[in-house]
Design a protein. Structure first.
Length: 58
């Protein structure tokens, strides 16, 4: 694909989305990941287990 075709497809996909809405979604995802990581750390510390022992799945 050439650059112009990629840009055209991107514009079509994002035509109805608000820029501010996108920024809020990105920020929300970032903070939710941070909170999840902190909760996982607290859980590991409180149970005295390694992260891999609690959250690693085969």
């Amino acid at each position: 694909m050439d650059k112009e075709k990629i840009l055209e497809l991107s514009r079509k996909e994002n035509k109805n989305q608000d820029i501010y809405e996108k920024e809020v979604l990105v920020a929300g995802n970032k903070y939710s990941c941070i909170v999840t990581a902190k909760l996982a750390l607290i859980l590991c510390i409180s149970l005295e287990k390694k992260f891999e022992d609690l959250f690693y799945f085969d």
